[in-house]
Design a protein around this ligand. Structure first.
Ligand SMILES: C[S@@+](CC[C@H](N)C(=O)[O-])C[C@H]1O[C@@H](n2cnc3c(N)ncnc32)[C@H](O)[C@@H]1O
Length: 325
C-alpha cells in the first residue's frame, strides 16, 4: 500500500528527517508485514480504477478541500469516481470537493479547523506531525497555510487509501500519510515544529505516555496542539467510562480542562492555554451518503441530548495549545 523506499528517500531531502527517514521506513515495513486490513485489496482496486486526470485547480484554503472543477470531467467519469470512492467507506473527515463531487463527510472538520487555526503559530515553513490524522483532511489545510512538510500518521488503513485518492490528483511533494500509530514512531524524535494530536488522547490507555511521546517528538520551542474530549470540573476531575462512551468501546480517560492543563504541566510543557471548548452538535457530526453508519444523534439519550446513551455527559471537545521549553 506504500512504497517504503520512496517514503524514506523523500524524507531524506530534509536535514531534520535524516535519521528519522530510515527508522520510519523500518517501522513501516514491520507494520505492513504484521497487518493488512481484509478490505485493503478492494480499496486499492477502487483507487486504481480512478481515472488519470490533471485537475484544472487545487485550493487547499477553502472549507471543502477543492480539487478540480465539474467541467474537468464528463458525466460518465463523474459516475465512475463516485462509485469507486463509495467503496472506500466510511468517509469521516472532510469535506472534499473533487471535480465538483461534494464528499459530505460525517464531520464538518472545517468547523474545527476554523476554531483552532487562528490560535496557531503561523504554519508557514513548519515541519508538522499530525498524530491520528485520519484521511489527511487537516494535513491538506496545513499545506494550505504554507507548511513546509506534513507527516500524518494513522493506523486505520482505509483512511490512508482515502488520502492516496486525493494525492493521486493533487500530487503534492510535501505530505505523507503513513499507516502507523504514535507508539510505532521512533522515540525522542525532536524533529517537528508543530505537533497535532486531535481526537487521540481519549483512545490511549496511558494518556500521560501519549503526552510524553508528543513532547519528545517536538523540537525545543515547538508547539503542541492537543484536542480531546473534556468534562466540566477541577484539577481532580477525570471521567473513566465504565464501559462505552457514546457507544465507543475504546475511550479511557476524559479529563476536565483543569486536569488536562495539570497533565501537560507535569509532562513538561509550558505556556499552556485552552483556546477552544465546543459541545459537538448533530450538525457538526452526522451521517451522510458518504458515512452511512450511526453517528452522534444515535449515541445521545433521545430524552436528554446533554447526556450520552450511557447517561454520561454528551461530547464536549477542547483544544489546548502548549509549548515545549
Ligand atoms: C477521532 S479520530 C480524529 C481524527 C482527526 N485527527 C480529527 O481530529 O478529526 C481519531 C483518529 O486517531 C487514530 N488513532 C487511534 N489511536 C491512535 C494511535 N495510537 N496513534 C495514532 N493514531 C491513532 C484513529 O485511527 C482515528 O483516525
Amino acid at each position: 500500500m506504500i512504497d517504503v523506499d520512496r517514503v524514506s528517500a523523500e524524507l531524506k531531502r530534509y536535514s531534520q528527517f535524516q535519521k528519522l527517514a530510515d527508522q520510519l521506513a523500518e517501522q513501516l515495513a514491520k507494520r505492513l508485514a504484521q497487518y493488512l486490513h481484509g478490505d485493503l485489496e478492494k480499496w486499492q482496486q477502487a483507487l486504481d480504477a480512478l481515472p488519470d486526470i490533471k485537475p484544472s485547480t487545487v485550493d487547499l484554503t477553502s472549507p471543502a478541500v477543492k480539487i478540480g472543477g465539474a467541467d474537468d470531467i464528463d458525466k460518465a467519469t463523474r459516475q465512475t469516481i463516485i462509485q469507486e470512492l463509495r467503496k472506500i467507506h466510511p468517509w469521516r473527515k472532510g469535506p472534499f470537493d473533487l471535480f465538483g463531487i461534494h464528499i459530505d463527510t460525517e464531520w464538518r472538520s472545517d468547523w474545527k479547523w476554523d476554531r483552532i487555526q487562528p490560535h496557531l503559530q503561523p504554519l508557514k515553513d513548519r515541519l508538522i506531525l499530525d498524530v491520528g490524522c485520519g484521511n489527511g483532511y487537516y494535513g491538506w489545510r496545513m499545506l494550505g497555510e504554507g507548511a513546509k512538510y506534513v507527516i500524518g500518521i494513522d493506523p486505520t488503513q482505509a483512511y490512508i487509501v482515502q488520502f492516496q485518492v486525493m494525492q493521486k490528483f493533487i500530487q503534492a511533494p510535501n505530505i505523507q500519510i503513513l499507516p502507523l500509530a504514535m507508539e510505532d514512531m521512533p522515540q525522542n524524535m525532536q524533529a517537528f515544529d508543530t505537533v497535532f494530536s486531535m481526537g487521540v488522547l481519549y483512545h490511549r490507555k496511558s494518556p500521560i505516555d501519549h503526552l510524553l511521546e508528543l513532547r519528545d517528538s517536538l523540537r525545543q520551542g515547538g508547539e503542541l496542539v492537543l484536542e480531546t474530549l473534556v468534562i466540566e470540573g477541577d484539577e481532580r476531575s477525570v471521567l473513566m467510562p465504565q464501559r462505552r462512551y457514546a457507544q465507543m468501546r475504546n475511550v479511557w480517560f476524559i479529563p476536565s480542562v483543569a486536569a488536562l492543563t495539570l497533565w501537560l504541566k507535569r509532562s513538561g510543557f509550558k505556556n499552556i492555554r485552552c483556546v477552544d471548548m465546543t459541545k459537538t452538535t448533530t450538525e457538526e457530526q452526522r451521517n451522510s451518503p458518504w458515512m452511512t453508519y450511526q453517528s452522534l444523534a444515535d449515541f445521545l439519550d433521545p430524552q436528554n441530548p446533554d447526556l450520552t446513551k450511557e447517561g454520561l455527559p454528551a461530547p464536549v471537545r477542547a483544544t489546548l495549545i502548549a509549548e515545549k521549553p
